[in-house]
Ligand binder design. Structure first.
Ligand code: DGL
Length: 272
């Protein structure tokens, strides 16, 4: 595999851009092909079998784009599909759940860790089992927040409705005396200030994106896949694909990423 081949990154929608943003910061010389499954978002309420099928289709598409490694920038797909797709595809594939769990275990002082995520991620129990494997004495308190993803996808980042929903979901967690809260969905860092406001400054919010990009960097180096070529312009280095509503995605992406995306291509993911 060519060292200057791109990294494939995917999510159900815009959430994975929070991971892309971090990869751009930590390994700025790597090319990226991003796929947002905007036709089938949200993933969080779907079954494990469906998410495995979606993940396979996306990885096949990204493989066709010549990627050298995959980052599943979606907690739900990481929780449900990573074991299966790691067995089925020969290229390196990493997710976000393991990284998030590691940071939380390293961060907590009182051993009480909260996790918020989609129903799929929370019901999978993946975060809790990674945390317990590293610290069997840790107390894990999990809460699914299914309305956060549609609110973010609608761009309601600074909005009183989002604040009210956050209040409803998080008040019970706030009373659990946690000192660390994992944002176990890649959409949630986009409403971090709202979550922080409800939880209070005493609670550390963990965004698994940073640790994931460091893990990716390490992996590329170990596998001899790190890009050593000259860096191009952003237009040549980064390509974006979606399964629906490309223009809406573009506006959103341009408000999150450090540069403006000029083109986003819409593809039919069902044929992969
Ligand atoms: N952003 C994804 C996650 O991290 C998926 C959210 C969804 O589509 O429900 O779980």
């Amino acid at each position: 595999m060519e060292k200057n081949a791109p990294i494939g990154v995917f999510d159900s929608g815009v959430g994975g851009l929070t991971v892309v943003r971090e990869i751009m910061r930590q390994i700025p010389n790597e090319r990226i092909v991003y796929f947002g499954d905007t036709a089938r978002v949200p993933y969080g309420s779907k079954s494990k079998d469906t998410i495995i099928k979606y993940s396979r289709q996306i990885i096949r598409f990204l493989q066709g784009e010549g990627v050298k490694a995959i980052v599943i920038a979606c907690n739900t797909a990481s929780a449900f599909a990573i074991d299966t797709v790691q067995k089925e595809f020969s290229m390196p594939i990493i997710g976000v759940v393991k990284s998030g769990a590691k940071v939380a275990v390293d961060t907590t002082k009182n051993g009480r860790i909260g996790i918020i995520g989609t129903e799929g991620t929370i019901n999978s129990g993946m975060y809790a089992s990674f945390i317990k494997a590293q610290n069997p004495n840790a107390e894990v308190i999990a809460k699914a927040c299914p309305l956060f993803v549609p609110l973010v996808e609608e761009g309601m980042l600074d909005d009183t409705i989002t604040e009210q929903v956050a209040g409803r979901y998080l008040t019970a967690l706030k009373n659990e005396n946690i000192d660390t809260l994992i944002m176990g969905c890649t959409h949630y860092p986009l409403i971090k200030s709202t979550i922080q406001k409800v939880m209070g400054e005493g609670v550390n919010l963990v965004n698994p994106a940073y640790e994931t990009s460091i893990e990716l960097k390490r992996l590329l180096e170990t596998e001899g896949l790190a890009n050593v070529c000259e860096v191009d312009s952003p237009t040549l280095m980064y390509r974006f694909y979606v399964s629906d509503a490309a223009e809406k995605f573009k506006d959103f992406a341009n408000s999150i990423l450090p540069f403006d995306i000029k083109t986003i291509e819409q593809i039919n993911i069902e044929k992969y």
